[in-house]
Design a protein around this ligand. Structure first.
Ligand code: FMN
Length: 389
């Protein structure tokens, strides 16, 4: 099967074409430093057959931290040593590893970052609610520089490449969207293309300048509005690979589809959990009346149409993530040429050895039932794990 054939992309030898997609781990200390749980977790994944690993998002600067308190950081030189331990423990098993680098922008809370929430504009996110303070032009240049520095630290720590998180409504994605980006400086919306790609382009170019052209740079983007225009930009600036996901954290259950576990959200989610029965009733109503109607139901391989579209525009390798639960679905997308690699998140949460299981049984069905407990619990400060298996 093509799924289990190795493939070389930008000099990285992926052992097979089933990749672990970026998934927040919740295993670092409050300053973003990894420890043994984090190393062991990744060593288990690497030893259990994944073709390659993309880490959970790591923040490039203090104000760019996400709301999850145990997120990894790649914001200072002294993070290199711990991450070098990580990469050597993963490489021991012949598995490549890419660090996902991210800035949360408006999708965070001051309570965790200890700083004001920042964004490309002052427009609020539906879910995070805080009004962001827009970056000045000079500050935007500083953030670009922080991305380049983070990539250089990643290279020094032995990562095989970096993936710039430009999906799910985080800062790079905020700049891209005309509904959010109302800037009037050089980072605003380009009237020719209708998107704000200058920030993304500057991030990639400064990473290239700092790390050299031989250090692979991948980008994760969301299907949805302006998708084709974004692909054309990535094609023009020649990134090394594009991972296709979906949506923003305004409606998180459209990124990871399936159940909306309302009782768990009302008990654990920092924005919705409350002891007050009246507020609880109101929050339940908000979820039922506002979030649920906008929810797209789960279907297998749910981002493939976007990947196919990307492949029709660019020759850059395309990864697709979202709803892959059976070897047959993975094989179909690879043999039809709709994507070059497939990536999985929740199935690896449920079973770190899912690739070995799929290899041994071509009819294997992931134990992941899309209950989304893992997704809800990761916002509540707990390590990411499967709460059902
Ligand atoms: C618990 C959890 C944590 C996640 N963390 C990240 C992350 O750090 N970076 C990222 O790009 N996507 C993250 N995602 C999204 C996944 O990478 C993926 O796009 C989505 O879950 C759909 O794929 P799946 O059906 O294989 O789970 C996360 C998803 C879950 C459920």
């Amino acid at each position: 099967m093509k799924a289990f054939e190795p493939v070389n992309i930008a000099g990285i030898s992926f052992r097979n074409r089933i990749i672990r997609s970026g998934t927040y781990e919740g295993m670092c200390d409050e300053n973003g430093y990894p420890g043994n749980d984090y190393y062991q977790f990744y060593e288990n994944l690497a030893s259990a057959g994944a073709g390659g690993i993309i880490t959970g998002f790591a923040y490039i600067s203090g104000e760019g931290r996400a709301m999850q308190p145990a997120q990894a950081g790649i914001d200072s030189h002294d993070k290199i040593a711990g991450l070098r331990t990580l990469t050597s423990r993963i490489h021991r098993h012949g598995c490549p590893v890419i660090l996902q680098i991210a800035h949360a922008g408006r999708q965070t809370v001051s309570r965790v970052t200890g700083m004001p929430v920042r964004g490309c504009s002052s427009k609020r996110s539906v879910y995070f609610r805080s009004k962001p303070v827009p970056f000045t032009t000079r500050e935007v240049h500083d953030v670009i520089n922080k991305f380049a520095e983070a990539a250089a630290y990643a290279r020094a720590a032995g990562f095989d490449g970096v993936q710039v998180h430009a999906a799910h409504g985080y800062l790079v994605h905020q700049f891209l969207q005309p509904g959010i980006n109302n800037r009037e400086d050089e980072f605003g919306i380009d009237p020719q293309t209708g998107i704000g790609s200058q920030f993304l382009e500057a991030v990639i170019s400064s990473v290239r300048q700092r790390c050299g052209n031989d250090f692979p740079v991948f980008v994760k983007i969301s299907g949805g509005e302006h998708f084709e225009t974004i692909i054309r930009v990535l094609d023009r600036i020649r990134v090394d690979g594009i991972e296709v996901s979906y949506g923003t954290m305004d409606f998180p259950f459209n990124i990871f589809r399936g159940e909306v576990p309302v009782d768990l959200i009302l008990a654990k989610n920092p924005f919705f959990a409350t002891q007050n029965p009246v507020v609880k009733f109101m929050n339940r109503t908000i979820i039922d009346q506002w979030f649920r109607p906008q929810q797209i139901p789960f279907s297998s391989a749910y981002n493939v149409s976007f990947a196919r579209n990307a492949k029709s525009i660019t020759g850059i390798p395309v990864f697709v993530v979202g709803g892959f639960r059976k070897p047959g679905d993975i094989e179909d997308v690879l043999t039809s040429g709709d994507a070059d690699l497939v990536s999985l998140s929740r199935p690896f949460v449920a079973e770190p050895d899912i690739v070995l299981k799929m290899k041994n049984d071509r009819n294997y069905q992931s134990l992941c039932r899309n209950c989304n407990y893992c997704a809800v619990m990761c916002d509540s400060g707990k390590p990411t794990k499967c709460y059902q298996t």
